[in-house]
Design a protein around this ligand. Sequence first.
Ligand code: CP
Length: 335
Amino acid sequence: MRHLLSTDELSLEEAILVLDTAAQMAATQSREIKKLPTLRGRTVVNLFFEDSTRTRISFETAAKRLSADVINFSAKGSSVSKGESLKDTALTLHAMGADAVVVRHWASGAPHQLAHSGWLGSADNPVAVLNAGDGTHQHPTQALLDAFTIRRHLVGRVGGAGGDGVGRDLAGLKVAVVGDVLHSRVARSNVRLLRTLGAQVTLVAPPTLLPVGVETWPCTTSYDLDETLAHGQPDAVMMLRVQRERMSGGAGAFFPSPLEYSRRYGLDHRRLAMLPAHTVVMHPGPMNRGLEISAEAADSPRSVIVEQVANGVAVRMAALYLLLAGDSSAEGSSI
Ligand code: CP
């Protein structure tokens, strides 16, 4: 079976294949004829149980630019609101001839269940499942578009020419991931993928917003953003959204207060000035301007936040292409 469920499952070669393919897709997008015939006659279903702006529109755009038919399914307004199960929803999509299902779900593990349950086709003829974000677990295409963006800006300039020696990976680069790690599927996906690609990752957060067991992750951690920026000299600073909708008192409560959080962990003008000249500022969106990032930082020349969104289309075109039309001969491959 071939799916894109988690960055844990991507080997270095597979990750580089996606990034290289995305670079080719991006090149086609800068030409006059944007639409490729590659997935003509194939059907991609966007199955969204949680809200999304970037990911849903990006997958829709990517599928359409590959000439696939796209069905957008939102749990709101569907029979899910009448209590229909994930299984029956999946069986319905399969009966309607879906070739790929892009799923965002509030439950961690829902894409894995869809991929491995048999509800979406047999082992011989599976429907590809692409994880568009599940609970606090994974958001693999976000991490891939982040790596793609870092690669475009920094590889060959300040690092990344190590590893295989041809500058395709991110060896030697330092990335600080800052903020609400506890609730962040983006952080989890990025830590794994950036590590696979050879970058050094530092997570910066208050103790209450770091998950239990983070010490086993392939990265370092810090409670001190000023120290990380001044002495760590990161090449990329990735700010995370404070996910207030996932906080509900007790251990998950938002601590310190928003004002204190902003003062200690927000990226603002003063902290921007501490960064090396080449350092890029990233955010997966949507942003809480004035909380984890100031408007000045979000809109500064260092910010690649809008570019991340644009790169997402090329990365998702690459993922859809590799899963639906690419070489699927590699054993044990998730893509
Ligand atoms: N980065 C991201 O997943 O954004 P959306 O929630 O808007 O899709």
